[in-house]
Structure formats: C-alpha cells, structure tokens
Design a protein around this ligand. Structure first.
Ligand code: WT7
Length: 652
C-alpha cells in the first residue's frame, strides 16, 4: 500500500524558485563537465566501463553487464581486490605518506593514519581474521564505534573476500542477534565501548547478549574505553593481542567482480530488516566515480569529511570505499556534534582545514536551532563544497547551510540514494548544475531515473508520482540476503511490466524537469536520516505485556524530519498512567535501539482500520500532525476517529 506524501513537505518545497549557478572558477576546475551526461547518454555501458577503469583489475571483464532482470552482474569475468584498490595501490603509486585518516576521538584524543599505516593495519587485521578462521565467502559482523578499527576491519574482510555486515553501534542486542542469525556470521568484531556525549558507553555486554546461542565462533574485541568487560574464555580475543602480533604484510588474492562485499541491513515495510547484498566490482566502480564526480574530489589537496557513522550505507560508500579508492585525506570523528560544546564540528573543520563536508539535513537543522553565532566563531573558509544526504532538505536549511557554513560560495550537492542503490544516483554536479534549494535535480551521468504515475507512465514536467530507476546501475543491490522472493516483490513487482526499480519515494518533476524528492510512500519512516519501519516499532511495542495493539506513524518534525508517534491500546489489566509511556519508550529502545524510541506515545481506546483490517496510518498521521482528518469513509467504523480525537484532547 502506498500513501500520499505529507502535504506540508510538498507545499514547502514547491514554492522555492531561487537558483545558484557554480562560480566560473569552480566550474573551470571541476572534475566533471556537462559533456559527461551526453557521453553516458550515447553509450551508458561504455561510460561505466570507463569508470571501472578507475580501478585496478588483475583480470579484465569480458561482459560489462549481464542483465537477467531483476538480477544483474556487472563486469563479468573481471577480477579485483577491493582492499588493494582502496589502500595498497596508493602506496605503490608513491603516496604512502599521504594521510588517509585524521581521526578525532570524542574526548579529544587523535590518530593520524597514512596510507602506509593503513596498509600495515589492514594486512595485520586480515592475517588475524584468517587465524580466527575467516575464509573467502564467510560473513563477519562488525559492531563498533566510529574508531579507525571499523574501517580497518571492513577492509580486512574485503581483502580476504569475506563479506562484512556492519551493525550500527546504537542498535540493541536483539537487533544484532537477528542480523547475526540471518547472515550466519562466524566472527563478530566489537569493542569494549565507545564515547558518546562525554561518557564511555559500553558495547561488549550487548554484543555478548546477542551472540549467546548463535553460531558465532570468535569475538574480536577492540579496547577503546578501557572499562571492564565480561569475557568468555576460548571465544573472546583482544584485538591488541591477536592483531598486533601479526605480520604487517599480507599477500592478497583477487576475486570475481561479483564476489559479495557486504550485507547491510535496512528497514523495510515488515518487522524483519532486509539484508541488502552488495558485491565488489560494480559497487566500487560507482562508489569511486560518484565520489570523484559529485564531491569534485582532488586527492592531492582536499580534506574531505563525511560526518556519518560507518553503521549506515553513507559510511560504507562515502567514508570507506569511495574516498579510500580515490586516495583522499579524510577526517573521521567518533562522537556527537555537541560534545564537549556545540561548535565541535566547526572546530574540527578549522583544525584540519576541511574542504568538503557531507552531512544530513537533520544535523543542519540542529545547528540552525543552536544559532548561527556558533559557526561564526570559527574559520570555515577552507570549505569549498557541501553535501547533504538522507532525507529531503528543506529550502530554509539549504539556504542556511549555504550562507552560514559555505560562505555563500560553496556549491551544495543534495544527493539522493539508498542502501539499495549503493551509491549516489540523483544529485547536482557541482561544476555544472545551477542548484536549487531543496531539489536533488538530475540523475547522474550513466543513471536513468524517472517519475511515473500509478500505471508506470512517465509524468510530464510539473507532474508528481513515484521515483523509479529504469535501467540497471553498477552499484545496485544484487538481492536480499537469502530471500530472492522478497527482493522481487519489494522492488520489482510494482512496475514489473516496465521492468523498473521502485524506490519507495514520492517525487515531482518541476517545469525544468528537475527532481524534487518528497519522502517515503511506504510504511517506512525517516527519523534524522535513519530509516525505521513502522511495523518494526509496532511489533516491538506489542511484545510488551501491557500492550494489546499498536500503530505507529512518522509525523513531521521540525528537526528530525519525522518523529515517531505511537498509538497504543493497553490490555485491560494494564494500568493507564504517565509511567506507561516512559516504560514503553524504554522497551522499544531495548528491543530495537534508542534511535527507534517513539517521540510520543498516545494511549487510545481504538485504532482506525479498514474493513479488511488494515490500519489506516494516514488518519493517525493527521491526528499526530494536528490536521483535520482526511477521508474516513473506508473505515470499518468511521466513529473510531471521534473516539481517538476525544480521548486525546480530553485526556491531557
Ligand atoms: C531513503 C534511503 C542514502 C544514504 C542514507 C539513507 C531518503 C536519502 C535523500 C535526499 C530526499 C532522501 C529516501 C530514500 N533519502 N537521501 N537527498 N533527498 N530523500 O539511506 O537508510 O537506505 O534511506 O532516504 O527516502 O529512499 P537509507
């Protein structure tokens, strides 16, 4: 079922008419010019083959694309090693002394890691994983804070041809366990803990809880906080014991272009997260090309900072694989933007002279709330390009970002993509596009996107509908781990006749044909750029003994984009009271993770359902956003909404 995107987003976005062309200086020095569109248009496949030649292959491919819809194979017959491409080849090219990572710990400790250092660290980690039994084709779970070992661990897996599955450190033990079981992981890499808002925050106890009773054989533990941790002899080993004593060289082999690189779990419309599978050659080609084209990356001079967490796809493609394959110098930051003060981001930019910043609208809106006087205290003149990702950026936040952070000069690239797409798909090109606040604008060269109506017909300029991808692309997901049926059903069944990929986003074309993303059209919420399924939160709520039924909606939120609002019916015997809501919020945090905690929990006597029993979330969203109710005639009992509204106003 799909629903209309929120009206508020629509009207807010479509009033915007300003445009900002790149400066002549920027346009002239840009990596990619307007001819790239034309070139790709003329021959999409050879365009991507040329992009693939950015990488080092031990054997060339014989077929660029094998497309048995919806299953794609790119660069068939080609062999490469992803870690070699991200690390060793830069050292061999004489750039071993270039800094790969300026790491900044939340408490203020720092580490500087050159490409030579990284080569040694990744080699040692690969040797250690091999000693722990990891082989090509195995799965390794990574559950770490934002420390360099996270990137090293990912690259070590890639080096061995084992797939990693990174689980965001903010997810609960239960979430980790489900992912371990689904991926049948052999080894888990975790840490004693990390720093969060000025305090050490333990990770190992959650990892232990998750691992108990699974098939995990070994747990490799990084010491970060130094706090005491529970220990299982024979299973748990310290990183500094096992990795540090390994040889710092590792003979790599190369793997098929379609060898699995990683599985990353993301929320869908059911309670069970989907294991999105990405492979090697096509993924790295598009991560590398888009990083070069969209961020105009100059490896010799830029200092790049993507302020995402490695637990999300943004961290995979634009902290690890894209940037490192391009040999950049980047900043990696462990903590939150307000620790120890609200100027921490700007202090980091000033300190390292960051030239490119990539962050999320929710973060920008938080900075707006804190006030423009905070960034004004720092020297941000090094910044020459700004990026946005994760959710639609409202024009007001875009303009603020441009003015207060970009000095009215740095181009902004609003990049639309998904865990499933693996890399950026729709975005301005910074040296080419006249940008429009709030619009992601155009499919990148080599990418075919469209907006279609219910029947799959392309809408004219000025029209709205659903975003689809009409041709396969190199970094596309290769499937859902272990579930081909769900893969076909989720993305390919809706427009099966046309063979389009259904992204799950509403979109509009303006009169110039530029794209405006309008948010999800399925039961997926976007909270602070994190994708959370309404069904997943509902099933966490009903697993609490006091809850009889629950319905969850994403309501527009000025800072987080959407906030989670839960409507619950309590069991007869459960006591109604203020504590129930607090208790249920805690319960959801325990079940899924703190990011899924509802902003509001409303106790109601009934839920609005259709005659077939489906909850009408649209009506609940009307209530949560204080709007007058939409059409209630399809409800099994139209009076239910009166009961809900009366209960809410009367009960406060
Ligand atoms: C969903 C994908 C892409 C990496 C981070 C999120 C929304 C993402 C934009 C954007 C409007 C955006 C979409 C998409 N989204 N970027 N620039 N403008 N919406 O990855 O967790 O897989 O979520 O995020 O709704 O479907 P994800």
């Amino acid at each position: 079922m799909t629903e209309e995107p929120a009206e508020a987003t629509l009207s807010n976005l479509l009033k915007e008419e300003r445009t900002f062309p790149p400066s002549a200086e920027f346009a002239e020095q840009a990596n990619v010019h307007a001819d790239a569109y034309e070139k790709a248009q003329n021959d999409r496949i050879s365009f991507w083959e040329e992009a693939a030649n950015r990488l080092d292959w031990s054997e060339p491919w014989h077929t660029a694309l094998e497309w048995n819809a919806p299953f794609a194979k790119w660069f068939v017959g080609g062999k490469l090693n992803v870690a070699y491409n991200c690390v060793d080849r830069h050292v061999e090219a004489g750039n071993g002394d270039r800094v790969a990572i300026h790491w900044e710990g939340e408490p203020g400790d720092t580490r500087t890691i050159t490409y030579s250092d990284l080569q040694k660290e990744v080699s040692k980690a690969a040797n250690a994983l091999h000693e722990l039994g990891v082989r090509t084709g195995d799965r390794v779970m990574i559950y770490l804070p934002m420390i360099p070992e996270a990137a090293v661990a990912m690259l070590a897996c890639a080096r061995l041809g084992a797939a990693h599955s990174v689980v965001f450190g903010g997810f609960s033990a239960d979430s980790l366990r489900n992912r371990i079981d689904d991926a049948q992981a052999k080894v888990v890499i975790t840490a004693d803990g990390g720093y969060r808002r000025g305090k050490p925050s333990a990770l190992k106890p959650a990892a232990d809880e998750a691992i108990a009773g699974t098939g995990v054989e070994k747990v490799l533990v990084v010491r970060r906080t130094g706090e005491d941790v529970p220990w299982t002899e024979g299973r748990d080993v310290w990183w500094h014991d096992v990795v540090d004593r390994q040889a710092d060289t590792h003979e790599h082999t190369t793997f098929d272009a379609e060898n699995p690189l990683f599985i990353l779990y993301t929320s869908g419309t059911t309670a069970k997260p989907k294991g999105i599978l990405h492979t090697s050659g096509g993924y790295l080609t598009q991560a590398s090309y888009t990083h070069h084209a969209v961020f105009d990356l100059k490896p010799e001079t830029d200092i790049y900072w993507c302020a995402a967490d490695i637990g999300w796809v943004t961290g995979h493609s634009y902290i690890v694989y894209g940037p490192l394959s391009n040999g950049v110098t980047q900043v990696m930051y462990e903590g939150t933007p307000d620790t120890p003060h609200q100027g921490r981001f700007w202090e980091i930019i000033q300190k390292y002279k960051v030239t490119i910043l990539y962050t999320a609208p929710t973060t920008i809106r938080t900075f707006m709330k804190w006030g423009a006087d905070i960034p004004a205290k720092f020297d941000l003149s090094s910044l020459r390009l700004l990026g946005s990702v994760g959710e639609p950026i409202n024009p007001e936040a875009w303009i603020w970002y441009r003015h207060h952070i970009g000095g009215d000069n740095a181009p902004i690239v609003d990049t639309w993509w998904q865990t499933e797409t693996g890399a950026i798909m729709v975005s301005p090109l910074p040296g080419v596009t006249s940008t429009k606040p709030g619009s992601a604008q155009k499919a990148l060269p080599g990418i075919s996107a469209d907006v279609v109506d219910e029947s799959g017909k392309s809408v004219p300029d000025g029209g709205g509908g659903y975003l689809v991808l009409t041709e396969p692309w190199p970094s596309m997901l290769r499937g859902i781990w272990g579930d081909d049926e769900r893969f076909k059903d989720t993305y390919w069944s809706r427009y099966s006749e046309q063979g389009y990929y259904f992204a799950g986003d509403g979109a509009k074309k303006d009169d110039d044909g530029d794209l405006w993303l309008l948010g999800r059209v399925d039961d997926v919420m976007n909270v602070s750029g994190h994708r959370i399924s309404t069904t997943e939160v509902e099933s966490a709520l009903v697993s609490h003994p006091s809850v009889a039924e629950a319905a969850v909606v994403g309501a527009t939120d000025p800072t987080t984009g959407q906030g989670i609002v839960a409507f619950v019916i309590l069991r007869g015997e459960a006591k109604e009271g203020t504590d129930t809501a607090a208790e249920l919020r805690q319960h959801v945090a325990r079940e899924i993770g703190p990011i899924a905690k509802p902003r509001q929990i409303l106790v109601v006597p009934e839920l609005p359902k259709t005659r077939s029993g489906k909850i009408m979330r649209r009506l609940l969203r009307d209530v949560a956003e204080n709007r007058s109710l939409g059409d209630v005639t399809t409800l099994a009992d139209p009076t239910v909404m009166n009961l809900i509204s009366a209960g809410l106003t009367g009960g406060k």
